[in-house]
Design a protein around this ligand. Structure first.
Ligand SMILES: [Zn+2]
Length: 249
């Protein structure tokens, strides 16, 4: 396992070295030339909206004003989620969208490291109270087309940064689901209902433990909620959700 990890690290390092030889490093947010292609330029840093308190203690949505400790958002009161808490590093704006897109489609998986650092800051207490990090899985066919799962890359980076184990085999996507883009909230929930499960053999790994579910973007919450329900059915004591970005209304 250690040898495998090490060789993956060497490979990633080599891939980055090779990419740097071919292309000068550019900002992943806006494509201007920079010293390090995994870091945002100053302009992008200033426009990205990192999420910081005050925020809803359950959904992690930013509040415009500090309402005091323990005050829940209207969403948390009206629709209590199955997960304990959700947190995200940034608001899903232009720069965050480009970062996610670059990591997902342009074979720049090392960007995950930069994004995971922001997630570690946003998810401090969640990381402290979790026993294992579980990425939201892709269906096999989609994984094959894309070659890697962006949530698994973020989970692996978070694991390296924090020492918490990450395990992409605890949760399984049993069927292909339509892309959530363009679906209404009800359609999204319908689309992912019953799509996840914890295989029998993985149950012992989460029995009675806190699980940190990781994904790139939190949109309607339909995916996070369906995955959380599967983890709780599989025996997890509690589930927290940590994403790089989240859509805010
Ligand atoms: Zn930039």
């Amino acid at each position: 396992m250690l040898a495998l990890k090490r060789s993956a690290g060497v490979l990633a390092h080599f891939a980055r070295f090779a990419a740097d030889l071919v292309l000068p490093p550019i900002c992943p947010g806006c494509s201007v030339a920079v010293g390090d292609g995994n870091a945002l330029c100053a302009g992008c840093w200033s426009t990205i909206r990192f999420i910081a308190p005050p925020l809803c203690p359950v959904y992690g949505t930013p509040f415009a004003y500090d309402l005091g400790d323990g005050i829940l958002s209207a969403e948390a009161l009206a629709d209590p989620p199955p997960f304990r808490r959700a947190r995200a590093a940034t608001v899903y704006g232009d720069v965050a969208r480009r970062l996610v897109h670059q990591m997902k489609y342009y074979d720049r998986p090392h960007l995950a490291e930069t994004m995971a650092k922001a997630m570690r800051r946003a998810g401090g207490p969640l990381l402290a109270e979790s026993g294992v990090i579980v990425p939201v899985p892709l269906y096999r066919w989609r994984l094959w087309r894309r070659r890697f799962n962006q949530a698994a890359l973020l989970a692996a980076s978070l694991s390296r940064l924090t020492g918490l184990p990450a395990d992409p085999f605890i949760l399984e996507r049993m069927r292909a689901t339509r892309q959530q883009v363009g679906l209404s909230a009800t359609q999204r929930a319908e689309n992912v209902r019953g799509a996840f499960r914890v295989p029998e053999a993985a149950r012992a790994k989460i029995a009675g433990r806190g699980v940190l579910l990781v994904d790139d973007v939190y949109t309607s919450g339909a995916t996070a909620k369906a995955a959380t329900r599967a983890l709780l059915r599989g025996g997890a004591a509690a589930v927290d959700v940590l994403t790089f970005a989240r859509v805010t209304r």
